[in-house]
Ligand binder design. Structure first.
Ligand code: C2O
Ligand code: CU
Length: 639
C-alpha cells in the first residue's frame, strides 16, 4: 500500500507536468485529455491516502495535513483556469495553474521522502511558500505575450521560448521541493538533551549512579563454576568451512569467535584484548540481560577498547538459552567482518538433554551465506536433536526443516509455552534473532535449508540418504498464534510510559552531519530524544515502519513481550523477544517491565541502518554515564 501510494503520487507529478507542458505548447486537445487524467490521478491519490490512513495516522500525517490538501487545492484551481472554453482555448493563467499543480504534486512527494513523520510547522510552511514561489516564477517566465502571436512563421520561435519557460518552471519546481525538504529536515537537529518521558512522571532521583557501578555478582551461584575466556580481537585470513578464505576481523583468529558456553548459575568472565583493530572493539551480549556495566556499548557503558587495550566482562549466567556476542563499536563494519561468536547457556537441570545439540550461526561473508557448525551430523533414530539457529546478519534469513515434524522450543533464548508440532513451515529469523528447534530423530535423514537450499543434514546412520525437498512454497510459521497462552500479567498491565517510534528515511543530522538518514520520528542518532524510564515502570513501545525496508528492532538489557502486530494480538505462547522484525507498513506493540537499571541502546539491528541514524537510548532515572554518551561509530565528539 505504501508503494502503491508512492506510485500514485509520482503519477500525479507526471500527469500534471504533462498537462502543463502540452498546454504551454498549445497542444490543447492533448492538454485537456491530460488534465482529465491528472484530475483522475489526483482523485486516486486522495483515495490511496485515505486507505493508508486506515493503517494509522503515522503513515499519512504529512500527506493529510499538507501534501494532499495542497495538491487538491492546486488541482481545483488548475481545472477551473485551464478548462476548455469555446472562445479562449487556452490562457496563460491556465498554464501557470497547471504548473503550480505539478509543483504541489512534487512538493507533496518530496515532503514524504525527505521529511515524513512528524511534519514540522517550519517544513510545512517552507513547502507551501516555495510552491507558491515557483508558481509566481512560472507566471513571470510565461508572461511574455507570445501566446497572442499564432502562425506558422513564429511557431518554432514560440515553441523554443515556451520550452525555455517550461524548463525554467520545472527547475523551479525541483528547487522548491528540494529546499522545502532540506529546510524541514535540517530542523530535526537537536533534542536528545530534552528526553522523552513517554507520558510518565518526570525524573525525581537526587542521587546519580554511574552506569559503571551497575555490575552484578562477582562469584558463581552456589554449585556453579567460573568460565573464563580471553578473546583477542585481531585481523586474520580465515578459511571458511565451505569455500574461500576471507580477510576478517576475528575474536581469536576464528570465524565465528570461540563459542562461550555455560550452565545456569555459572559466572562468565571474559577478558577482551584488542590486538590490531584500529577502529576499536567492545563485547555486547546480544539478548543477554547483563548488568549494564557489562553491556559493551562504546561511549555509553564503557570506553571503546582501543588497539592494545583490555576490558573484563563479568556476569552471572542466570538465563538459559541461545544468545550471541558481538562488538558494539563500528559494529556495521566489525560484526560484518567477523567480530561475533555464540553464547549458549544450558539449564542446571534438563528434563531431557538433547543427544545432538548444535549451535548454528549464519553469517554472510563477502556475499557468501555461511552456516557454521558442520554440514553433516549423525543422530540415532529416537534420540532428541536440538538445533540452535542464530542470525548474525543484518537481514532476515529463512530456515526450513524437512524430513520430520519439529517444535520451536525457544525464540530469542526464551522457551515457548507448549510449542506444538510444526511441519512444512518456514521460519523467518530477524537479524540478530534465534530459534531453537527440537525433534526426535526419525529413521530417515532430516535436512535444514537456509534461504531455500539444503545446507545441513542430520542422518540416522552414515550413508542414509533422502531426496532434497523443495521448501520454496512452504508458508511462514506465525509465532503470534504458536504455542499456548499462559497468564501473562504484562499482556494487560497498563503502561506507565508509552513511546512511539516511527521508522523511516529522511533528511536528518547523523553524528553531526546532514544525511539521508534512517530516522526515528524524523530524527537521527544522537539527536533522537532519550527515552526516560524509572525502575518498575511498565513500558510500551509502538513501533511503526513507514519505510520500504525491514527494521529489526532491538532493545538492550530487556526482552520485550509482543502484544500485537498490525492490531492482531499475540494469542499463542507469550512471545518474549529481543529483536523483532518490523516489516514495511507494520505496526508492532510490545511491552516490558523496566527491571534492569542502566543506560541502554535501543536501535535497529540492521547495523548499517543503526549507523545511518536509527539508534537511540533508553535511560533509567538516576543512572548516568561518565562517557561521551553518544555511541558514535567514528571519532568522538563532545555534547
Ligand atoms: Cu546485537 Cu545493540 O546489538
Ligand atoms: Cu533498520
Amino acid at each position: 500500500m505504501i508503494i502503491l501510494d508512492h506510485g500514485v503520487a509520482l503519477l500525479a507529478v507526471v500527469t500534471w507536468f504533462a498537462a502543463a507542458v502540452t498546454m504551454a505548447l498549445r497542444r490543447t486537445g492533448t492538454a485537456f485529455v491530460l488534465l482529465v487524467a491528472a484530475l483522475l490521478v489526483t482523485a486516486g491519490r486522495v483515495a490511496s491516502v485515505a486507505f493508508l490512513a486506515g493503517r494509522g495516522w503515522w503513515f499519512v500525517q504529512e500527506k493529510v495535513l499538507l501534501g494532499v490538501p495542497m495538491l487538491v487545492a492546486a488541482s481545483a484551481a488548475a481545472a477551473l483556469l485551464a478548462r476548455p472554453r469555446p472562445r479562449a482555448p487556452s490562457s496563460g493563467r491556465g498554464v501557470v495553474a497547471l504548473f503550480t499543480a505539478a509543483y504541489a504534486a512534487v512538493a507533496g512527494f518530496v515532503l514524504t521522502f525527505l521529511v515524513g513523520y512528524p511534519l514540522t510547522l517550519g517544513g510545512g510552511l517552507i513547502a507551501v511558500a516555495l510552491v507558491a514561489g515557483a508558481g509566481l516564477l512560472t507566471a513571470r517566465v510565461l508572461s511574455r505575450p507570445v501566446e497572442e502571436q499564432p502562425g506558422p512563421a513564429v511557431l518554432a520561435e514560440v515553441s523554443r521560448r515556451r520550452f525555455l519557460g517550461v524548463a525554467g518552471g520545472v527547475a523551479g519546481g525541483v528547487v522548491v521541493a528540494g529546499a522545502a525538504g532540506t529546510g524541514a529536515g535540517l530542523s530535526a537537529w537537536t533534542g536528545a538533551e530534552a528526553g522523552d518521558l513517554g507520558g510518565g512522571r518526570a525524573h525525581t532521583s537526587r542521587s546519580a549512579v554511574p552506569v559503571t557501578d551497575l555490575t552484578g555478582p562477582a562469584t558463581p551461584a552456589p554449585g556453579g563454576m567460573r568460565r573464563t575466556h580471553t578473546l583477542v580481537a585481531r585481523k586474520a585470513t580465515v578459511r571458511l568451512e565451505a569455500g574461500p578464505s576471507v580477510d576478517a576481523w576475528t575474536f581469536g583468529g576464528t570465524l565465528p569467535g570461540p563459542p562461550i558456553t555455560a550452565t545456569q548459575g555459572d559466572l562468565i568472565e571474559v577478558e577482551l584484548a584488542n590486538h590490531d583493530i584500529d577502529e576499536g572493539v567492545t563485547l555486547h551480549w546480544h539478548g543477554y540481560d547483563v548488568p549494564c556495566a557489562n553491556d559493551g556499548a562504546a561511549g555509553v557503558t564503557q570506553e571503546v577498547v582501543a588497539r592494545g587495550g583490555r576490558f573484563v566482562y563479568r556476569f552471572r549466567a542466570d538465563q538459559a538459552g541461545t544468545y550471541w556476542y558481538h562488538t558494539h563499536h563500528a559494529s556495521h563494519l566489525g560484526v560484518r567482518r567477523g567480530l561475533y561468536g555464540t553464547l549458549v547457556v544450558k539449564p542446571r537441570q534438563e528434563a531431557r538433554p538433547a543427544g545432538l545439540d548444535l549451535t548454528l550461526p549464519v553469517h554472510t561473508f563477502d556475499g557468501a551465506v555461511v552456516l557454521s557448525g558442520g554440514a553433516e551430523h549423525l543422530a540415532p533414530a529416537g534420540s532428541l536433536v536440538r538445533l540452535r539457529l542464530i542470525n548474525t546478519d543484518s537481514d532476515p534469513h529463512r530456515f526450513a526443516l524437512a524430513g520430520t515434524p519439529f517444535t520451536v522450543a525457544a525464540v530469542d533464548g526464551r522457551d515457548l509455552h507448549q510449542p506444538g508440532q510444526v511441519s512444512r513451515k518456514t521460519l523467518r529469523l530477524a537479524a540478530g534473532g534465534r530459534h531453537d528447534l527440537e525433534f526426535v530423530m526419525p529413521g530417515t535423514p532430516v535436512s535444514l535449508s537456509l534461504d531455500g537450499g539444503a545446507t545441513l543434514w542430520v542422518r540416522p546412520a552414515a550413508g542414509a540418504t533422502a531426496a532434497t525437498e523443495d521448501v520454496s512454497g512452504w508458508p511462514e510459521l506465525d509465532l503470534l498464534t504458536y504455542g499456548t497462552a499462559t497468564r501473562e500479567p504484562l499482556r494487560t498491565a497498563p503502561a506507565g510510559r508509552h513511546f512511539t517510534l516511527v521508522l523511516d528515511r529522511g533528511l536528518a543530522m547523523v553524528d553531526g552531519a546532514p544525511a539521508y538518514a534512517q530516522t526515528v520520528n524524523g530524527r537521527g542518532h544522537p539527536s533522537i530524544p532519550h527515552q526516560l524510564v524509572a525502575e518498575g515502570d511498565v513500558v510500551r513501545f509502538t513501533v511503526v515502519n513507514r519505510s520500504l525496508e525491514t527494521h529489526p528492532w532491538h532493545l538492550h538489557g530487556h526482552p520485550v513481550l509482543v502484544l500485537s502486530v498490525d492490531g492482531r494480538p499475540s494469542t499463542g505462547s507469550p512471545l518474549w523477544v529481543d529483536t523483532f522484525d518490523v516489516r514495511p507498513g507494520e505496526v508492532w506493540e510490545v511491552a516490558f517491565r523496566a527491571a534492569n537499571p542502566g543506560v541502554w541502546m535501543n536501535h535497529c539491528h540492521n547495523l548499517p541502518h543503526a549507523h545511518q541514524g536509527m539508534m537511540l537510548q533508553l535511560r533509567y532515572d538516576g543512572v548516568t554515564t561518565p562517557f561521551d554518551g553518544t555511541h558514535t561509530a567514528g571519532t568522538g565528539h563532545g555534547h
